[in-house]
Design a protein around this ligand. Structure first.
Ligand code: CP3
Length: 343
């Protein structure tokens, strides 16, 4: 495997000194890029995900176009329910739909946790191909959904603002919920280990809906599984945990074996540093909607954010994924604010 020409992300995740912080954007592959939209017209979502050449091409697009310091593999968190035997449809413009939701013990018993490497072989092929095509330019990030966030989709069947059914399931049938969460955790650990073997230099765990749980319930239904995953991977590659919205968990998670914690814009850099006592690298937390500001203001706001976090132990990113309405030159301005300044 080729040496990395740009290892800023790996250095920041190891807590080593950097001349400037690395920058990438969650959901940078896809959505707002015209070259992605062109591919979307030709191939449906899961064809894009399951064809290694297409997934590799989409992964490389933002590296070429806006010059980010890392690539994140084009895939989806919902390939895990698929590998467990659950049907997942992606309705163009609407989001995911899982027609057969998990309700009973029987449903959970019938879920597969084996052969993930074979079933998701197309992800491994996409990673290996992307790694080759990157030719050491920047590191490659693999990812998975966190068990709680995956449970949300498996029980609710589609996106939700409140995740009422998922919460009802956890609160009224906690034993079943823990069995499901443990099954998702087991397969996710195998999946991420396979991703690292196939070429991922770093992995991120997206707990996108963590913030719909209060502190105590996060500690019951989300945190233990995040910690299991981080512990299982600590000797394989750096792990970034992104428990979106769960600022209350930062203090405890800063003691975990993860290399970094992702945060959203609902907590100040100062407070996040205080809660984590400067112990762990932080990633975030620019409000994606601020990418709609005029370019000069994007750059001013980005620099202000970096000065608040500090240059070391920091990965510049958004506080959640980039949205489809962001002009490409605004996304690039955000990256340039980091790369073009003296720190
Ligand atoms: O970061 C990247 O650029 C890599 C690609 C990536 C996708 N999904 C591609 C995608 C990643 C990291 C994800 C993760 C993902 N998928 C999450 C966690 C991150 C987050 O934003 O919270 C979640 C919750 C999902 C589930 C999912 N997939 C939803 C809710 C949707 C529809 C709405 C939307 O656009 O996000 C998807 C579809 C999806 N996954 C698209 C992309 C580019 C959009 C569909 C399209 O462009 O055709």
């Amino acid at each position: 495997m080729s040496e990395l020409k740009n290892d800023l992300l790996l250095k920041a995740l190891r807590g080593e000194n950097v001349e400037r912080p690395p920058v990438w954007m969650m959901r940078q592959a896809g959505r707002y890029l015209p070259e992605y939209i062109a591919l979307r017209e030709k191939y449906d979502f899961f064809t894009r995900v399951q064809t290694p050449e297409l997934a590799a091409e989409i992964t490389l697009q933002p590296v070429r176009r806006i010059g980010v310091d890392a690539a994140i593999i084009f895939s989806d968190i919902l390939v895990i329910p698929q590998a467990m035997g659950v049907e997942v449809l992606m309705e163009e413009g609407k989001g995911p739909l899982l027609p057969n939701v998990i309700k009973t013990e029987k449903d959970i018993i019938s879920l597969f946790t084996d052969k993930v490497e074979e079933k998701l072989d197309y992800v491994m092929k996409a990673l290996t191909l992307t790694k080759q095509e990157l030719n050491g330019e920047v590191p490659l990030i693999g990812f998975a959904g966190a068990p709680w966030t995956i449970l949300c989709y498996m029980v609710e069947g589609k996106g939700s603002k409140t995740w009422e059914k998922a919460k009802e399931f956890c609160f009224t049938q906690p034993d079943l919920a823990h069995r499901l969460l443990q099954k998702i955790t087991d397969i996710t650990i195998h999946y991420l280990k396979a991703q690292i073997k196939a070429g991922a230099d770093v992995v991120q765990i997206f707990d996108s809906w963590a913030g719909s749980l209060g502190p105590e319930d996060f500690k019951r239904f989300a945190q233990p599984y995040l910690i299991q995953i981080a512990d299982a991977l600590q000797d394989d590659a750096p792990v970034i945990l992104f428990p979106k919205g769960s600022w209350y968990a930062l203090e405890e998670l800063s003691e975990s074996s993860a290399s970094a914690l992702g945060i959203d814009w609902c907590i100040s850099p100062k407070m996040a540093r205080e809660l984590t006592s400067g112990k762990i690298t932080l990633q975030g937390n620019f409000d994606p909607a601020k990418l709609l500001l005029p370019i000069d203001d994007i750059q001013k706001e980005a620099k202000k954010m970096i000065s608040e976090f500090g240059v070391q132990k920091y990965v510049v990113n958004l506080g959640h994924g980039i949205t489809p309405n962001i002009p490409v030159d605004h996304a690039r301005a955000f990256v340039d604010a980091v790369k073009g300044s003296q720190w």
